[in-house]
Design a protein around this ligand. Structure first.
Ligand code: 1CP
Length: 358
C-alpha cells in the first residue's frame, strides 16, 4: 500500500477498556468522568528515574531498544497517573531509519551532517517501511500489554517541522534556509514536503497498526509562518498525513507552538483535536478553530516553577476557559521543561482530576 492511500478495514482490534478511557472519550467529544491529563515530553526530561536508565546510552540508541522504550514510556504513567502514555521516541527517528546522517546532540537537539537543500538531496529521502523500524513495532507490542486501560499515543513530526531540521541542519531560531527554499523554489519545497508527508504517514501507520490508540502530529515550529504561507506551502502536505490515517478511526491530534494566528488553518488540515499553546485562552481558541473539534492544552509549562498556589490558580483559569468546549484534553502549552519538579506534575494531574470529577 502506498503511503497516501486510506486504509479502510485494517485498524488494530480495539481494546474496549481503552476505548472507554477518559482520554479517548474527550478526543471523540463524548462525556467524560473527569478531564483527562497528559503532558507533552512527560517521558524523559524531568524524571530522575529517566536519567538513571538513560545513563551512558545515546538518545537515538535508546529509541531503538524496545525494553528501554517501554520502561521510559511507562515511568510517567506510574508516577503521575496521567490518562495517556506517549511513546518514547523522537520526531527524527524515521529520518534516521531511512539513512539520513543525523544525530541528537545532548543540549542541542537533532543535527544533520549534510542539510537537504537541492533537488539531488531529495533522493536521500526514500520511503519508510515497517521493516525500517522493527523496534517501534516491538516496543508498542510490549507497551500495550503493560498499559492496561491506559491509551498509548503515537506521534510523528509534521512535514514543515521535519523540513526545518533537514534544511537548516539543526535547531534554528529564524528558519532562514527553510524559508529561503520555501519562497525561492516552491516546486522543490512542495516535493520535499510531499516526501516528508509520505514518511510521516508511514511512521504513524506503523504505530497505529502496532497498537497506538491515538496519534499526535508535532508541527512545533510552524508558528514561524504567516497564515497565507501556511495555507499555500504547508497545509497540503499536513492534510495528506491526516487523510492517510483517517481510516483507522483513531483520534488525530495536531500541535504547534505560537500558532494563535494559524489555529483555524491547523484545524483545516484534518485533525480531530487541536493542540493550543498558552498564548491563546481555550475559549478564544475554540472560536478560532470552529466547531467539531476537541482542544488540547494549555497551561504555560513555566507556571510549574511558581509554587503550588500559583499553579492551582493558573490551572483554574485553564479549566474555566475550557468549560464550554466540546472536548478538552488537559496538557501543557508545550513540553515539560527539563528542570520541572516532578512532584508539581503529579499534583497537577490529581488537581485537574479532582476539580473536574463528574
Ligand atoms: O539526550 C536526551 O535526553 C535528549 C532529549 C530528548 C528527548 C527526551 C530529545 C532530543 N527528544 C526526546 C524525546 C522526545 N522528543 C519525545 C518523547 C516522548 C515525550 O513526549 O515524552 C517526543 C514526543 C519528542 C518530539 C520532538 N522532538 C519534538 C516535538 C515536541 C516539541 O517539544 O516541540 C521536537 C521539536 C523534537 C526535536 C528535538 N529532539 C530533542 C530535542 C532537544 C529537540 C528540540 C531541539 C530544538 O529546540 O529544536
Amino acid at each position: 500500500m502506498s503511503a497516501n492511500e486510506i486504509p479502510t478495514d485494517r485498524s488494530t482490534p480495539a481494546r474496549p477498556d481503552v476505548q472507554q478511557s477518559a482520554f479517548l472519550r474527550a478526543c471523540r467529544r463524548e462525556p467524560v468522568p473527569h478531564t483527562p491529563v497528559w503532558f507533552m515530553r512527560q517521558a524523559g526530561r524531568s524524571l530522575p528515574e529517566y536519567r538513571k536508565v538513560r545513563e551512558g546510552i545515546a538518545m537515538l540508541d535508546s529509541c531503538m531498544q524496545p525494553d528501554l522504550v517501554t520502561e521510559i514510556t511507562l515511568q510517567p504513567v506510574r508516577r503521575h497517573h496521567v490518562d495517556a502514555a506517549i511513546f518514547f521516541s523522537d520526531i527524527v527517528v524515521p529520518l534516521k531509519a531511512i539513512g539520513i546522517d543525523l544525530d541528537i546532540k545532548p543540549g542541542v537537539g537533532p543535527v544533520i551532517e549534510r542539510p537537504i537543500r537541492s533537488r539531488a538531496d531529495l533522493d536521500r529521502l526514500r520511503e519508510l517501511t515497517p521493516e525500517d523500524v522493527p523496534y517501534v513495532t516491538e516496543a508498542i507490542g510490549l507497551l500495550t500489554a503493560e498499559l492496561g486501560a491506559t491509551p498509548l499515543i503515537g506521534f510523528a513530526g509534521a512535514p514543515f517541522t521535519l523540513a526545518s531540521y533537514l534544511v537548516e541542519g539543526g535547531p534554528s531560531r529564524n528558519h532562514e534556509h527553510t524559508k529561503a527554499l520555501m519562497y525561492g523554489d516552491p516546486q522543490l519545497w512542495a516535493d520535499l514536503l510531499d516526501r516528508l508527508a509520505a514518511i510521516t504517514s508511514a511512521f504513524l501507520k506503523v504505530q497505529i497498526e502496532a497498537g497506538a490508540s491515538a496519534v499526535q502530529l508535532f508541527d512545533s515550529w510552524v508558528g514561524a509562518l504567516a497564515p497565507v504561507d501556511y495555507r499555500r506551502s504547508v497545509l497540503p502536505a499536513s492534510r495528506k498525513v491526516f487523510a492517510s490515517v483517517a481510516g483507522y478511526g483513531v483520534p488525530r491530534i495536531h500541535f504547534g507552538v505560537g500558532t494563535g494566528e494559524l489555529l483555524h488553518d491547523l484545524g483545516e488540515a484534518g485533525a480531530d483535536v487541536v493542540g493550543v499553546d498558552w498564548r491563546v485562552p481555550l475559549d478564544e481558541a475554540a472560536r478560532r478553530v470552529g466547531p467539531g473539534k476537541a482542544l488540547q492544552g494549555n497551561l504555560d509549562p513555566a507556571v510549574l516553577f511558581a509554587g503550588a498556589e500559583a499553579v492551582a490558580a493558573k490551572t483554574g483559569e485553564v479549566l474555566e476557559a475550557a468549560r464550554g468546549l466540546e472536548g478538552h484534553v488537559f496538557n501543557l502549552g508545550h513540553g515539560v521543561l527539563p528542570d520541572t519538579d516532578p512532584d508539581a506534575l503529579t499534583r497537577l494531574v490529581a488537581d485537574v482530576h479532582e476539580r473536574t470529577a463528574r
